[in-house]
Design a protein around this ligand. Structure first.
Ligand code: URA
Length: 278
């Protein structure tokens, strides 16, 4: 919970966009192609190749060192066509407080776009965090990915650490967990844990929706005001030690895992089966 104000300026990473963004053009080693597509780590991809599970244009490859051109060749793993991730970029950003999660702000306030201005790519926030909220925010130029992660149907869990102006009773905690009617519709079941007791306690809250001011309004409906709100996890990605204002690229494996978690690949018959890869 310690404040890291200022750390962002000093430690701002300018990520090398080469390794995780488009695979170089032309022939590449097969294990690199599989890893880039998020199928498995390079080491594990080598095991797949040696096990005869990979084909290029119908021919089984069972030795290492073979190259293929992912834009031309048909590469299959366990008989399923490899779908190359399109030329998209995915970031995990630590949004600081007093920063708007929009592309532009009519009031001229700082937006998350300022924090990623060094990128040569235009990315957009996936969902939002309030002006005074901080923490993990995904950004991408992949509209389908963003829509899936934001969709309540995907039920991607988001975890927040929240400082509140008073403790909830046991009965209020149960109501919070069971769902709070907000604007005529009850919120989905939530997780709630007291993580730091006191006059102004901290709770950890996990919800699967992303309704406007949802966590603040859930506490408000129980007579409590949120004083601080920090998102610490989305799905399986933790905020970790990213300093406020800093960002990092999601790895291809993380992107693939998000696609799986949000059901993006479910309708695509030709997507390789990722089970057991991580
Ligand atoms: N819930 C809120 O109330 N605010 C946020 O910023 C995120 C979740």
């Amino acid at each position: 919970m310690a404040s890291r104000r200022g750390a962002g300026k000093q430690a701002r990473r300018r990520p090398d966009t080469t390794p995780d963004t488009p695979l170089q053009e032309g022939p590449q080693r097969l294990q690199k192609i599989l890893a880039h597509a998020g199928i498995a780590s390079r080491r594990k991809a080598e095991v797949y190749i040696l096990g005869g599970r990979v084909t290029i244009n119908g021919a089984t490859v069972s030795e290492l060192g073979v190259k293929a051109d992912p834009s031309r060749d048909h590469i299959k793993v366990d008989g399923k066509l490899l779908r190359q991730p399109r030329d998209h970029i995915y970031l995990a950003l630590n949004k600081p407080r007093e920063c708007v999660t929009t592309v532009s702000d009519p009031k001229g306030r700082r937006t998350v776009m300022h924090l990623v201005s060094s990128l040569r790519r235009r990315v957009y926030p996936v969902g939002r965090l309030d002006y005074n909220s901080e923490g993990l925010l995904l950004m991408t130029d992949d509209g389908e990915f963003a829509a899936r992660i934001m969709s309540p149907a995907s039920r991607v869990p988001k975890t927040y650490q929240v400082k509140v102006n008073g403790t909830l009773t046991v009965e209020q905690e149960e109501r919070f967990r069971g769902g709070i009617p907000l604007h005529g519709r009850r919120t989905a079941p939530a997780e709630l844990k007291l993580i730091r007791p006191g006059r102004n306690p901290w709770y950890e809250v996990t919800i699967t929706e992303g309704r406007r001011h949802q966590v603040r309004n859930m506490f408000k409906s129980l007579g409590r005001l949120v004083e601080k709100l920090k998102r610490v996890r989305i799905g399986f990605v933790n905020l970790g030690d990213l300093a406020p204002g800093d960002y990092r690229l999601l790895t291809p494996a993380e992107v693939a895992r998000f696609r799986k978690l949000s059901g993006m690949d479910r309708k695509k018959k030709d997507a390789p089966n990722e089970s057991g890869d991580r």
